[in-house]
Design a protein around this ligand. Structure first.
Ligand SMILES: Nc1nc2c(ncn2[C@@H]2O[C@H](COP(=O)(O)OP(=O)(O)OP(=O)(O)O)[C@@H](O)[C@H]2O)c(=O)[nH]1
Ligand SMILES: [Mg+2]
Length: 443
């Protein structure tokens, strides 16, 4: 099978890159250029025609990468043509006519690269992260993982586990032969050492995931307090509908911001109030869930609606900033109890004290993106594997090595398998689909 896709972004551009990979690549490009293949990896200007005709589509650069020295490890080619919609469509149309040649699925080029052993899973994921990086810190993290230091760490830990496992298995296979005393003694010491190292990697306050996914802020509060107005002001565009009718926002509305170079995902939510409307009730439930999952809650209230008997009490904690909005309308009769929570008196309408709010947010962001850990966990998938590994190692350590050797070996095998899943050193078919479907087409 041969696959193809537009690898550069959609829409009009100066240059568009179309990638082809697979067994039929050579034949396909020959039928497009009706000429000799260029030298490998050398950009060569060629006329690109409709297949097997001399009807010209465009002139462009052709790059020929014979496998295995290519991104996917298979025969590959890249066409760099003018980025017009008509040129791109015409070339893709021609390719679609070729037998055993089809458009690539999202992430398929990278999936093939992984399957042919060109890259490991961590690297594949970091390529996807680099493509979707919006801030400097995300770009740096993706590159750091691409460079392979995390992979080396996980591989080294796995090798150590395999060594222990081989000793345990030797003992099972040849029980009558005595392993040296210190080997038996060291098995548990080594396992404990590895477990501690993994626990330390896990104890990272989720910095790697936060960099990848963004610091999560939820804007929450009673209906009509100005939550959607605040989202629009902070994101500098009209993301959410603002109206004087209470209960306007129902769904959660997200905007991605770059605050001081830090990635932030800010969510506007439905106003919290007693409601009989089923849809609004669902929205309120979503709002409270968002607040629970957020790294920071901005609680927006109006001077007149400060009420400690409701949801406010549950939301005021160390991950909350309280904003009293609409102070342009006056706030003389305010409930003074609120003052001990250090609220910001804001007017979104006049942008009064907006700087104070932004500085307070920046303060909360600080230290949330630094970790002394060299090995960063960037995805839930890695965290779950490491947690499962620790769990199996604990089970292993708890077993009496003499009586329970068989079962202990199984714990070790599982621990090794979980560690291997991070870099992809196991039968990973079941996890591949979910990883590569996150990619864009052409990668
Ligand atoms: N005077 C004044 N009006 C404001 C201010 N901020 C927002 N408003 C108005 O308050 C009304 C409600 O604003 P929204 O942003 O829709 O409020 P919300 O909290 O998202 O409301 P729901 O989605 O219904 O919960 C609108 O008419 C806004 O123009 C402010 O600082 N001063
Ligand atoms: Mg709203």
């Amino acid at each position: 099978m041969t696959i193809y896709a537009l690898s550069s972004g959609a829409g009009v551009s100066g240059v568009a890159v179309i990638r082809i990979s697979g067994i039929g690549t050579k034949e396909i490009i020959q039928s497009l250029i009706k000429d000799e293949l260029p030298s490998p990896r050398l950009a060569t200007l060629k006329k690109i025609n409709k297949i097997n005709t001399s009807e010209l589509i465009d002139e462009g650069l052709l790059l020929w990468f014979p496998g295995p020295e290519s991104y996917t490890g298979e025969d590959m080619a890249e066409l760099h043509v003018h980025g017009s919609i008509a040129v791109i469509r015409s070339i893709l149309d021609e390719l679609s006519k070729v037998e055993n040649c089809r458009i690539a699925e999202p992430g398929e080029f990278t999936k093939i690269a992984f399957q042919s052993g060109k890259i490991n899973l961590l690297k594949a994921e970091s390529i996807s992260d680099l493509i979707s990086a919006e801030t400097e810190i995300q770009r740096q993290q993706a590159l750091k993982i691409m460079s392979g230091r995390s992979s080396e760490k996980f591989n080294a830990l796995r090798e150590m586990l395999l060594k222990i496992l081989s000793n345990v298995e030797a003992k099972i296979d040849f029980p009558e032969e005595d392993l040296p005393e210190d080997v038996i003694k060291n098995i548990k010491i080594d396992s404990e050492k590895i477990r501690r190292e993994i626990e330390q990697i896990l104890d990272d306050k989720k910095v790697g995931e936060r960099i990848r996914e963004g610091f999560k802020i939820a804007i929450i509060g009673p209906a009509n307090a100005g939550k959607s107005s605040l989202l629009n002001l902070l994101s500098k565009r009209d993301v959410a509908i603002v109206s004087e009718i209470a209960g306007t926002t129902r769904d959660v509305i997200e905007a991605h911001l770059n605050l001081n170079g830090y990635p932030v995902v800010i969510s506007d939510t439905a106003g919290i109030r007693e409601s009989k409307d089923e849809i609004e009730k669902k929205g309120i439930k979503l709002a409270l869930k968002r607040a629970e999952d957020a790294d920071l809650n901005i609680i927006v209230i109006e001077p007149k609606s400060i009420d400690f008997t409701g949801f406010l009490n549950d939301l005021i904690n160390e991950k909350a900033i309280i904003v009293i909005n609409k102070v342009d309308l006056g706030y003389k009769n305010i409930n003074h109890q609120i003052e001990k929570f250090n609220p910001i008196f804001l007017s979104i309408k006049n942008e009064t004290n907006l700087d104070e709010l932004i500085n307070r947010i920046k303060d909360k962001l600080k230290n949330k993106f630094v970790s002394s850990n060299e090995t960063l966990i960037t995805r839930e998938r890695h965290r779950l594997s490491l947690e499962a590994c620790v769990h199996n190692l604990k089970n292993f350590e708890e077993k009496n090595s003499k009586e329970d050797f068989d079962k202990a070996a199984e714990d070790l095998r599982l621990a090794t398998r979980h560690l291997g899943m991070i870099v992809g050193k196991v039968d990973v078919e079941e996890i591949l689909g979910s990883i590569f479907s996150d990619f864009c087409i052409g990668k």
